[in-house]
Design a protein around this ligand. Structure first.
Ligand SMILES: Cc1cc2nc3c(=O)[nH]c(=O)nc-3n(C[C@H](O)[C@H](O)[C@H](O)COP(=O)(O)OP(=O)(O)OC[C@H]3O[C@@H](n4cnc5c(N)ncnc54)[C@H](O)[C@@H]3O)c2cc1C
Length: 433
């Protein structure tokens, strides 16, 4: 790989029919498409942006947490994914941190990640297309029969036996008329929308030594804020695969207020202020001689602002914070969520790591032939924040993709699927249910 003609084998012809069409190529979408293709389905992955990986590729080296389980394999598509990333060697990945939020993760070079996704799709015979936002649905009454994509060519349709919505924003479900909710229940607040960035020419060891004294760092930020620098609510630093380069996650500009990332208006505000936060951080780090950052420079910002939550479907079951805290078990478990409850500034807390996620939460209540996985799945605000790591989202996607393939094979709708058959296949794939 890869010549032009080899790559073109995987790019669909407009109007084609597939067993399973997945919209959105983030962690959930990758889990779904690979899960479906492993069951022999003819699959198509449609992605709005110019790359696959979703937030994992946008958010420069952020650890893809919970790709592993207790340091070992998590089974299914996770193992394929980890194996592929590791095959690129140490320039591509490094082990993640281990604290109560981060764990069992890999920091992945964003460009190797893009390549890994495409190679995996090709190796598993999945058709794929970038620059292909889903902007409509093919409906027959309450049944989804495929999607409409609007590219530079105009409007094109792809029919599907079963469609999986892994767009993060629940675009397909929303277009299909599924009941949706958004934000924190009491006030509609969303988690911060962050433009992450990477710094070069960093003395990494001195920086991490300095960061141990968080009081000193925070005092310095407060001082800078008082002096007019555009300062984020918080910063979190990660080592990367490159010497002298760190990646910086952050809580967006202090006092920015709520950003509704389903509105182009709000996203424009977030991009404008995000780039200011990144460039001002470099200025303040140099001006204030932050140890290790005295000579740092801005290497790049993420490809776009990273969005933590927007619309969620109202499904047959709605996962709650109580489920996470009590360690809920369900007869129709199809995945597990590990880690902590992390809604950033809005809530951070412990949960029973490994609580069960039910199949019913992938099923929209009022629309048929559609499965919804990832951050737009059926949960309350904190039910989603409980274990929202990328590895967990991939496992939700995997269950949706496998379910979709089984439905096509058995000639049933997702609501009619015998969940015990789905569980049996997932267990055969090595998934720890
Ligand atoms: C700044 C930031 C930092 C984070 N840090 C971490 C971390 O360190 N570790 C961790 O594990 N998790 C982290 N998370 C959380 C994690 O990234 C998300 O929970 C996870 O990516 C959600 O996966 P997803 O596939 O549901 O959605 P996304 O990753 O958002 O992927 C959705 C995909 O769908 C595509 N799409 C959207 N609309 C359409 C459409 N209409 N048609 C076609 N395609 C479409 C998007 O372009 C995107 O590729 C972070 C999130 C953010 C925003």
């Amino acid at each position: 790989m890869a010549t032009r003609s080899q790559v073109e084998q995987y790019i669909p012809v407009a109007g084609e029919t597939y067993d399973v069409v997945v919209a959105g190529g983030g962690p959930a979408g990758l889990g779904a498409i690979l899960g479906a293709s492993l069951q022999g389905a003819r699959t198509l992955l449609l992605e709005a942006r110019s790359f696959f990986g979703g937030v994992a590729a946008i958010a420069l080296w952020m650890p893809m947490n919970r790709l592993l389980l207790n340091g070992g394999g998590r089974g299914g598509v996770h193992d394929l994914f980890v194996q592929k990333i590791k095959s690129f060697g140490p320039l591509a990945w490094r082990e993640g941190k281990r604290n109560f939020i981060d764990g069992d993760g890999l920091h992945i070079h964003p460009d190797y990640l893009r390549l890994a996704c495409m190679e995996l799709l090709e190796e598993h015979g999945c058709h794929y297309r970038l620059y292909s936002p889903v902007t409509g649905v093919l409906m027959d009454g309450h049944t989804v029969n495929g999607v409409v994509v609007t590219g530079k060519e105009g409007r094109q349709v792809f029919s599907a036996g079963v469609t999986v919505d892994a767009t993060g924003d629940g675009d397909v479900a929303n277009l299909a008329g599924v009941e949706m909710v958004q934000g924190r229940e009491e006030d509609g607040r969303s988690m911060p929308v962050s433009l992450v960035f990477a710094l070069a020419n960093v003395d990494v060891e001195r920086l991490f030594d300095f960061l141990q004294d968080s009081k000193r760092f925070n005092a310095l930020l407060d001082e800078a804020y008082g002096q007019g620098y555009k300062v984020a609510a918080w910063y979190s630093f990660d080592r990367t695969t490159l010497p002298g380069v760190v990646s910086v996650n952050n809580g967006a500009l202090r006092d920015i207020g709520n950003i509704d990332a389903t509105r182009s208006h709000d996203l424009t505000v977030a991009e404008r202020l995000g780039i200011q936060v990144a460039t001002d951080f470099v200025r303040l780090a140099r001006d204030k001689r932050i140890p290790g950052l005295e000579d740092c420079g801005l290497m790049r910002v993420g490809a776009a602002v990273g969005v933590r939550d927007t619309r969620r479907i109202v499904g047959e079951y709605v996962v709650t914070l109580e489920d996470a805290e009590s360690g809920a078990e369900f007869d129709d478990v199809i995945a597990r969520k590990y880690g902590a409850v992390d809604a950033n500034q809005l809530y951070i807390g412990q949960m029973k790591s490994g609580f069960a996620y039910p199949y019913r939460s992938l099923l929209p209540r009022t629309v048929d032939n559609l499965l919804v996985a990832g951050r737009c799945g059926s949960a309350t605000f904190l039910g989603h924040a409980a274990g929202k790591s990328m590895g967990n989202m991939m496992e939700l996607g995997q269950a949706a993709g496998v379910a979709a393939a089984l439905c096509v094979d058995q000639g049933v709708t997702p609501r009619q699927l015998d969940v015990r058959k789905l569980q049996a296949v997932l267990r055969q794939m090595g998934v720890h249910l």
